[in-house]
Design a protein around this ligand. Structure first.
Ligand code: ATP
Ligand code: MG
Length: 140
């Protein structure tokens, strides 16, 4: 399998409940490596742009509000087939549908407050990573 990089966010519901370490333990146990990391408080502009693909959805306004409701941890993950591998570790968007052992099954509060984000394609991973990190902040 090819080495890939993907983009991860630990969302405000998880930082609020002090779950950063527990979530990253699951990520690292899967074999993925955390090669960049910072804690930030997103502005409405940043969150709105990040989820712009959902602009027409009824939950967009609440989603932007949620993503700016507290700090988040943005990260770059590296490993074999990292985009799909991390989506597997995260579990389904709705925790009610997530497999046992996944981050969302164990920690998510709801379909909105679902603890983590992960890129959905290699192309979007590269765009998202470049949006939050300079090259010299990524140390593989
Ligand atoms: P993410 O992009 O955050 O990794 P995802 O790719 O699993 O999640 P998307 O369909 O891209 O799911 O939705 C983006 C985010 O919008 C979800 O993670 C969740 O926080 C929120 N969301 C999705 N569907 C709903 C919904 N029906 N009601 C409320 N919030 C939702
Ligand atoms: Mg998505």
């Amino acid at each position: 399998m090819a080495q890939q990089r993907t983009f991860s966010i630990i969302k405000p519901d998880a930082t609020r409940r002090n779950l950063t370490g527990a979530i990253n333990a699951k990520i690292e146990a899967s074999g993925l490596r955390i090669i960049a990391q910072k804690r930030i408080h997103m502005t409405s502009e940043q969150a709105g742009e990040f989820y712009a693909v959902h602009k027409e959805r009824p939950f967009y306004g609440e989603l932007v509000e949620f993503m700016t409701s507290g700090p988040v941890v943005v990260q770059v993950l590296e490993g074999d087939d990292a985009v799909a591998a991390y989506r597997g570790v995260m579990g389904a968007t709705n925790p009610a549908d997530a497999d046992e052992g996944t981050i969302r099954k164990e920690f998510a509060e709801s379909i909105e407050a679902n603890s983590v984000h992960g890129s959905d394609s290699l192309e979007n991973a590269a765009i998202e990573i470049a949006h939050f990190f300079n090259d010299d902040e990524i140390v593989g």
